[in-house]
Design a protein around this ligand. Structure first.
Ligand code: WTA
Length: 633
């Protein structure tokens, strides 16, 4: 099914007695039993810990499956709970956000009071541009505080944000803006990455040539580089901030629990990226509750999630989840190895980070530089670690546990997806851990591992991973495409949510995720569709046809390997390979730059004309070619 094999090991790492004594929730079996017996009661209890303008009439409406609704009739706004309410309590002067620039020269801090003011200013500005409830706003920025303000400001006025990762480029941005019929774009002049400038505004200008729905563009100044500003359309954020309209008070829109909060594009097997829809009510409750139990966030914690806000992890566990809990969030502009591979360790020491949530690919990359770099720093503030995005290999797990966590910090290996919105399979601080396993389903969730026919497989056997219970933060649909929502997630195994992953369950009930069973690849934790890479290649005049596959890569998890069939008149030269790699980088984004381009005379296809990626994958790895009966010779 997949090339990413995890090797179950039997070692168990129970939390120490000292750690347990400081852990809030240790009665996991009891809570789990309650949630299993009374799913709606469990989630109602979680929702009651948050504030509602009007209480719901019904917790779960499953009368029109798979279009589930949660907290039906309830009124709230995620920003009310994430910002407004803290700004008038004892948390008013608590730090909500600590931001550090990549070069380390600038630090900005925002208390909940200040965050509220900044969000209100931006909310007033976007409201003054005619953006109202239900309008889509695309956010395309680097990792600066204003991206957080922008997301929250949209939510505050009831607009639906669509954040496009700053590592995507022209075509990806343009497709996402057009598909969502965006009215307003919020971007920056540029962003910094490893000391280099990324020209975000130039890319935006290119993308907007084909996006007639966009009326306004707000530009936040970050790099100070020269950019083109189109009269009437483009507005500097700092210019708007001095207008009387941009004051620090702004009413929070009352939203129905089921009103969309954001859409986030993610890659699927085929065709264009899918716009996952999440809501104000259910998503809010899910983000709050999962982070509360899994990272046991306390008022005195300094919480750092290294994800970019452009991905779901950034949405749920950098922005919404921790703010809903009133936590102090650390937000870093840069990456792990610039200018030196001790950057993250130095920041943990400098800011006293206590909860550190990152990805296996980053751990593997840092591991290669050796223990000396982390050992230079005092990491004793850490008490809990987390991992997400792909299976964590036991070697990386052990390094993270020993070298970073000094054998004192449990690792929360959280399995979830853009679609699930929140953790679905995960340990909790009190769970005994097995390196490489994401442990057990979250409260209320029931997981099955099934064969092609949907029948549960035997213990220890590999099968498709499906979720059988609805949960509040589940995606509601694909924006503008209800049918594709049903077809993609609910048709292969009727009545059950198909994750697209394969997994095993061991005799202790621990889940071992193996990887994707479709054409989604994970490159350094970034989710990409082979179809997107192929369409980018197709826009190059030399390319007749292409096939992209993911191959195992020591650090990145998977590498992008492309087979390209050339047009007549083009020579299969190395310079052309380089040109094609650059082409994909310019159009789709640097994260999608193929690692290898291989020219091929003819792509292997089935008689019905489908490219046999499975065969290409086997050949590229020198593995058995398997059943070739459908191959069209
Ligand atoms: C993979 C990221 C193993 C999985 C939050 C899933 C994981 C896809 C884990 C979703 C984990 C995520 N162990 N695999 N702890 N977490 N995955 O939408 O294949 O970017 O289907 O969401 O990442 O990727 P996405």
């Amino acid at each position: 099914m997949s090339d990413q094999k995890s090797s179950p090991v039997s070692e168990m790492y129970p939390p120490s007695a000292e750690f347990l004594a400081r852990t809030t929730h240790t009665n996991l079996a009891e809570i789990s039993k309650h949630a299993e017996k009374d799913l709606e009661g469990f989630w109602a209890g979680e929702a009651e810990e948050l504030e509602w303008f009007r209480k719901w009439d019904q917790v779960l409406d499953d009368s029109n499956k798979p279009f589930y609704k949660w907290f039906v009739g309830g009124h709230t706004n995620v920003v009310h709970n994430a910002v407004d309410r803290h700004a008038i309590t004892h948390r008013k002067n608590k730090l909500a956000l600590i931001w550090q620039s990549e070069d380390g020269k600038t630090q900005q801090t925002f208390s909940y009071h200040a965050l509220n003011r900044e969000v209100n200013r931006m909310a007033n500005i976007i409201r003054s541009m005619g953006v109202t409830k239900g309008d889509r706003v695309t956010i395309y920025m680097g990792r600066i505080p204003e991206i957080v303000f922008a997301m929250l400001a949209c939510a505050k006025v009831g607009a639906v944000h669509s954040v496009v990762f700053g590592g995507f480029s022209i075509d990806a941005l343009q497709n996402r803006i057009s598909d969502s019929a965006t009215k307003l774009v919020i971007t920056c002049d540029g962003s910094f990455q490893n000391g280099k400038r990324i020209n975000l505004k130039d890319i935006t200008d290119e993308a907007l040539k084909l996006c007639p729905t966009v009326e306004n563009v707000i530009v936040v100044k970050r790099t100070g580089q020269d950019v083109y500003m189109e009269a009437m359309r483009d507005h500097w954020y700092h210019d708007m901030c001095v207008l009387p309209i941009a004051n620090g008070k702004c009413p929070t829109e009352v939203m129905d629990a089921e009103d969309p909060l954001f859409i986030l594009y993610t890659s699927g097997s085929t065709g264009k990226p899918k716009a996952i829809v999440h809501t104000h009510g259910g998503y809010m409750v899910g983000a709050y509750s999962t982070l509360k139990y899994v990272f046991d966030v306390k008022d005195e914690d300094r919480y750092w999630c290294t994800a970019d806000p452009g991905w779901i992890t950034g949405h749920t566990y950098l922005v919404y989840g921790p703010l809903l809990l009133g936590a102090t969030v650390f937000f870093f502009e840069g990456g792990p190895t610039y200018p030196y591979p001790n950057r993250w360790w130095q920041l943990i020491e400098q800011f006293g980070i206590s909860i550190f949530y990152t990805a296996p690919t980053a751990i593997r990359a840092l591991m290669r530089f050796g223990e000396a770099w982390p050992n230079k720093h005092d990491l004793s503030s850490l008490r809990l670690l987390g991992s997400v995005g792909e299976p964590i290999n036991p070697e990386a797990w052990s390094w993270f546990h020993k070298v970073v966590g000094k054998n004192l910090c449990p690792i929360m290996d959280t399995w979830w997806q853009t679609e699930t919105g929140t953790f679905q399979i995960t340990p909790m601080p009190a769970t005994p851990l097995k390196p490489g396993s994401c442990a057990k389903p979250f409260f209320g969730q029931v997981v099955e591992i099934v064969d092609e026919k949907g029948k549960p497989v035997e213990t220890g056997a590999e099968g498709y991973l499906v979720l059988t219970r609805p949960w509040p933060s589940m995606l509601r649909t694909l924006y503008g495409d209800d049918q594709r929502y049903v077809d993609t997630y609910w048709t292969k195994f009727p009545g059950k949510y198909f994750t697209g992953d394969s997994a095993r369950r061991d005799k202790d009930g621990y889940i071992w995720v193996i990887g994707r069973v479709d054409d989604v690849i994970k490159v350094s934790g970034h989710r990409l569709g082979t179809a997107e890479v192929e369409s980018a290649l197709l826009t190059h005049p030399a390319v007749v046809e292409s096939a992209a596959i993911g191959l195992p890569h020591e650090v990145k998890g998977q590498a992008i390997h492309c087979f390209v069939q050339l047009n007549r008149g083009f020579e299969p030269k190395d310079e052309l390979k380089e040109d094609l790699r650059k082409h994909v980088s310019t159009h789709l984004g640097p994260i999608a730059k193929p690692d290898v381009i291989e020219f091929i005379d003819k792509l292997p296809k089935t008689r019905s004309g489908k490219i046999m990626r499975r065969l290409l994958k086997a050949r590229a790895q020198g593995l058995p070619e398997g059943d070739l009966s459908t191959l069209d010779e």
